[in-house]
Design a protein around this ligand. Structure first.
Ligand code: HEM
Length: 463
């Protein structure tokens, strides 16, 4: 495999990588993926090979030109669904994250309208109310970890956006089971076991199947009831939209397709955003000047710095470190002919820390994204917390809008100070990165600023 071509100048085969056994690489990856990537980049450069558990061979890249090649390449030859197979046991075979080729496009097309920018605005009031209610309940003056609260908040928001409701015994059951499922898949020991077992074997474990049944039951019950609803056209929620959507041949989505997509949105849509919000708080707390500017501008009704703060948080602390595409044929990428079966893996984390693109990359500096202050707008292949190309995150606009709304409510209502002096390091929860101490802060009340009361009576978000 590693032979270098003698016929053309293009090297053939895998780039170099660590010689450690696959098992050691897998454990290091699971425990500290970002550290491992940094070490490898230092030693091997912008392109290197890793071997991870059942995941086959990964060729990581942090070169923007190669990443452009990947994101604009032929999706029939660059399979993301196949490379995301570890998500199969939870999300199911019809999940848009798991599909490739025409099936993926077919499903993505059905889901896209639910995420159009102008629809996001309609979720604004709901997001602000959920956030305001939650924030008002936080205890003052004592160390308080915000990540679990952010997670409760983003779960509440996505439940309401997806189903249109979040109250009642069925939604309560779904919320409880979903939390249980997230605890299972983010448990470090179970996480490593899942990597080792691989998707097919996990699906066959009876305890896992039972856990899944418990989550499927309220979803299928809601689908059955909603199919009989007569007001679907007037409803704003994503589920009602998907129930009315039809494939090109006129057929509606089946129950199992719906189940897989709804669960995909719930799972993909809340832990990620909660972690991103936690990082925003963690960084802002330790940067009082940035926090002050953000607060002043938000009070003045300005959004530019708020948006830049979110972009900078997602750059410096991306919650997902990589995306994957499995090669269906040998392909020349980054000046090297890679073999079929390997995955090309754009490293979000490494690209976001390139000093040639982001001077002093470890600094938290939202201004770098403000053009009127000498900064640059995020580049498609250099700022990619949501991946790219035809697989770019469907919820990217939703997530950024949600982060804006929540952070706005937060700085209007409360002051935040770090409860410990040092920065929080990262901690890996399954495939996402989160602050190690759950973004622990000391919450204070803002001095004498009028803040509107939440408008709608929303039930308190359960812990
Ligand atoms: C800060 C929050 C979020 C981050 C960092 C994030 C990140 C990502 C990434 C990296 C991917 C893979 C893209 C690729 O392979 O190129 C992805 C895919 C996806 N995300 Fe998100 N996401 C976030 C929030 C959301 C939300 C709120 C939703 C929905 C409510 C969502 C739904 C999806 C879906 C459906 C896909 C699959 C797209 C496809 O395969 O065509 N995500 N996300």
């Amino acid at each position: 495999m590693r032979t270098e071509s003698t016929i053309t100048d293009t090297p053939v085969g895998l780039p170099p990588g660590p010689r450690m056994p696959r098992a050691v690489q897998s454990v290091l990856w699971y425990r500290s993926a970002q550290w491992l990537m940094e070490q490898c980049q230092r030693r091997f450069g912008d392109m290197f090979t890793l071997r991870i558990a059942n995941e086959g061979t990964w060729v990581l890249t942090s070169d923007p030109d190669t990443i452009k090649q990947v994101f604009t390449g032929d999706p029939r030859l660059l399979h993301a669904g196949e490379a995301n197979r570890i998500l199969l046991p939870v999300l199911g075979p019809d999940s848009v994250l798991l599909l490739d080729d025409s099936q993926h496009l077919r499903q993505r097309k059905l889901m896209l309208p639910a995420f159009h920018g102008e629809r996001m605005q309609r979720y604004g009031a709901l997001m602000a109310d959920v956030a305001a209610r939650e924030i008002e309940r936080w205890p003052l003056g004592e160390p308080y970890p915000l990540r679990p609260r952010m997670q409760a908040m983003t779960l509440e928001i996505v439940l309401r956006a997806v189903f249109g409701v979040s109250e009642g015994p069925r939604m309560e059951e779904l919320r409880r089971e979903l939390r249980g499922l997230m605890d299972t898949v983010t448990d470090p020991i179970k996480g490593i076991a899942m990597l080792v077992l691989g998707a097919d074997r996990i699906t066959r474990i009876p305890a896992f199947r039972r856990e899944l049944d418990r989550i499927n039951s309220p979803i299928y019950a809601e689908i059955a009831e909603r199919r009989t609803a007569t007001d679907l056209a007037e409803r704003d929620d994503i589920m009602s939209l998907l129930l009315q959507a039809t494939h090109e041949d006129g057929s509606p989505m089946s129950d199992s397709e719906l189940r897989d997509e709804l669960l995909t949105l719930l799972v993909a849509g809340h832990e990620t955003t909660a972690n991103a919000l936690s990082w925003a708080v963690e960084r802002l707390c330790r940067h009082p000047q940035q926090m002050e500017r953000l607060t002043e501008e938000v009070r003045a009704g300005e959004d530019t710095y708020l948006q830049a703060t979110i972009q900078e948080t997602l750059r410096l602390r991306p919650v997902i470190s990589i995306v994957l595409r499995r090669l269906q044929e040998p392909m020349e990428l980054g000046g090297r002919l890679l073999p079929a079966g390997a995955s090309i893996v754009p490293s979000i984390y490494l690209v976001h820390r390139r000093p040639d693109i982001y001077p002093e990359p470890n600094e938290f500096r939202p201004e770098r994204f403000i053009e009127s202050e000498g900064g640059r707008a995020p580049g498609t292949y250099t700022w990619m917390p949501f991946g790219g190309g035809i697989r770019r995150c469907l919820g990217a606009a939703f997530a950024q809008f949600e982060m804006e709304v929540v952070l706005r409510e937060l700085v209007l209502r409360r002051t935040l100070a770090p409860s410990r002096p040092g920065s929080e390091r990262n901690y890996r929860r399954a495939i996402t990165e989160t602050p190690r101490h759950d973004a622990e802060v000391i919450v204070g009340r803002c001095p004498a600023v009028h803040v509107p009361k939440p408008q709608v009576e929303v039930e308190a978000v359960p812990v």
